[in-house]
Design a protein around this ligand. Structure first.
Ligand code: GAL
Length: 403
C-alpha cells in the first residue's frame, strides 16, 4: 500500500514537473524581447503613446529583430467595477485594453500587462491578491499575452511568495489563453530556486536597474555591473526547460533623460557602456526589455539594440546562459555554448584604462582551431585561430563567435 502511494505521489510530481517544462518551452522557449513602459515613463502612460510605440516597434525594425512584446507596466489600472472586475484607467485608456491588444496583435506584436501579489502595486494602484482567477480571466478576455507580477506590499517570507505566485500561475493556466508569467520579487527570496516550479517563465534577479554603469551612491539602485555581479553565478538556473534570469530593462540610450531609471544615481552611461549592457544581457540570456523612447531614436542606440548578431546569441535555441570563466580586477570572461557546436565569448574590461589582452581559447576549455567572428565590428577575424589578441577599451565588451 505504502509503495503504491509513493508511486502515485512520484507520478503526480513528475507530471507537474513535465507540465511546467512544456509550459515554459511553449510560452517562452527563448528570453522574451520587447519594449516596457516603466523605466522611462513610469505611470505617465496612455493608449495613444502605447500605440505610437507599437507603430515604432514595427516601423523602426524592432519587431522583425525579435522585440515583439509591448509591455505595459504599473499605472494602467483604474480600480474595480461593481462586480470586482479590474478596469483600466478610463482617462489613460478611453478605448480600453482590449482595443489596444487588438491594435498590437494586428501588427504582429503581443501585449504584456502588470499586476502585483498584494492589494496594491508598487506605485499604489489596484492589484490582484484575492482576485487571481478573476483577473486572469479578465486579462485573457482582453487578449493579454504576458503578465509581470510584482511583489510590493507582500509578506517577506519565501513560502508566502511561492504560494502567491503559484496562485496566479494556476489562474493563468486555467484562463483559456497562453499568458507568460514574469515573476518580479527582485531576488531577495532567490526565485531562481522556485519560480519555475511555481509556474513562472522568468524571474527578476535584482532590484531595479538604473541608468548607470555601477552604483556609487548606495541608495539601493543597481547599475549594469551590479546586476551582472548578482546574475553571473546563476547560470545553471536558466534554460528553455525552466525559464530565464531576468536582469531588468535595457537602459541603452537613456543618457540620464529621466523617469525612474534616472533616480538613485542614474546619471547615464557612455555608448560603450550601453553596448556592454546589450552584450552581457545577451550572453546571460536575460529577457530584453527596452525602455527608451522609440519615437526619437539616436543612431548609437539603434546600432546597439538592432545588432542581429548579438540578438542571435540571446535567442540561441540551445538557451544556455554564459558562464563566467575568469574574473580579475579588470577583466571578466564569459563563455556561452550555442547551438550547432558554436560558442560565444565575451571579454569585458571593467577597469578604467585600455587593456591589452591575449586570450587562449584552450584556457577557457575550448581546444582546437576556430573560425572567429567579432559580432560588434561584424568582421570575420580568422579561419583557424586558437586565441584572440587585441585591446579592450575601458568598460567595453568584445564579443566573439567561435565556429
Ligand atoms: C517595481 C518593479 C519595477 C516596476 C515598478 C512599478 O517593483 O521592480 O520594474 O514594475 O515596480 O511600480
Amino acid at each position: 500500500m505504502k509503495k503504491i502511494l509513493l508511486m502515485a505521489f512520484a507520478i503526480v510530481n513528475l507530471t507537474s514537473a513535465m507540465a511546467q517544462i512544456s509550459a515554459t518551452k511553449a510560452l517562452a522557449p527563448t528570453p522574451p524581447m520587447g519594449w516596457m513602459t516603466w523605466n522611462l515613463f513610469a505611470d505617465n502612460i496612455d493608449e495613444q503613446m502605447l500605440r505610437e510605440m507599437a507603430d515604432a516597434l514595427v516601423s523602426e525594425g524592432f519587431r522583425d529583430a525579435g522585440y515583439n512584446y509591448l509591455f505595459i507596466d504599473d499605472g494602467w489600472q483604474g480600480g474595480r467595477d461593481n462586480r470586482n472586475n479590474i478596469i483600466a484607467d478610463p482617462k489613460k485608456f478611453p478605448s480600453g485594453i482590449k482595443a489596444l491588444a487588438d491594435y498590437v496583435h494586428a501588427r504582429g506584436l503581443k501585449l504584456g500587462i502588470y499586476s502585483d501579489a498584494a492589494q496594491l502595486t508598487c506605485a499604489g494602484y489596484t492589484a490582484s491578491l484575492g482576485f487571481e482567477q478573476q483577473d486572469a480571466k479578465t486579462f485573457a478576455s482582453w487578449g493579454i499575452d504576458y503578465l509581470k507580477y510584482d511583489y510590493c506590499h507582500a509578506p517577506v517570507d519565501v513560502e508566502t511568495a511561492k504560494l502567491r505566485y503559484k496562485k496566479m500561475a494556476d489562474a493563468l493556466r486555467g484562463c483559456g489563453r497562453d499568458i507568460v508569467l514574469g515573476v518580479c520579487e527582485w531576488g531577495p527570496r532567490k526565485p531562481w530556486l522556485w519560480a519555475s516550479a511555481a509556474g513562472g517563465q522568468l524571474w527578476r534577479t535584482t532590484y531595479d536597474v538604473r541608468d548607470m554603469w555601477i552604483d556609487t551612491v548606495h541608495k539601493g539602485g543597481k547599475g549594469i555591473m551590479d546586476i551582472v555581479e548578482e546574475t553571473a553565478p546563476l547560470h545553471e538556473y536558466a534554460g528553455p526547460e525552466v525559464g530565464w534570469n531576468d536582469m531588468d530593462m535595457l537602459v541603452v540610450g537613456l543618457k540620464g533623460t529621466g523617469g525612474p531609471s534616472s533616480d538613485l544615481g542614474g546619471k547615464g552611461c557612455t555608448d560603450t557602456e550601453y553596448e556592454s549592457q546589450m552584450s552581457l544581457w545577451c550572453m546571460l540570456c536575460s529577457p530584453l526589455a527596452m525602455t527608451n523612447d522609440l519615437r526619437h531614436l539616436g543612431q548609437a542606440e539603434r546600432r546597439i539594440l538592432l545588432n542581429k548578431e548579438i540578438i542571435a546569441i540571446n535567442q540561441d535555441p540551445l538557451g544556455r546562459q554564459a558562464e563566467r570563466k575568469l574574473k580579475t580586477d579588470v577583466l571578466q570572461v564569459f563563455v556561452k555554448p550555442l547551438a550547432e557546436g558554436k560558442w560565444a565569448i565575451a571579454l569585458l574590461n571593467t577597469g578604467d584604462k585600455a587593456l591589452k589582452h591575449h586570450q587562449n581559447f584552450a584556457d577557457l576549455g575550448l581546444e582546437g582551431k576556430y573560425k572567429v567572428r567579432n559580432v560588434w565590428t561584424h568582421q570575420d577575424l580568422s579561419r583557424k585561430a586558437t586565441s584572440w589578441k587585441g585591446t579592450i577599451e575601458p568598460h567595453q565588451t568584445i564579443v566573439l563567435v567561435l565556429e
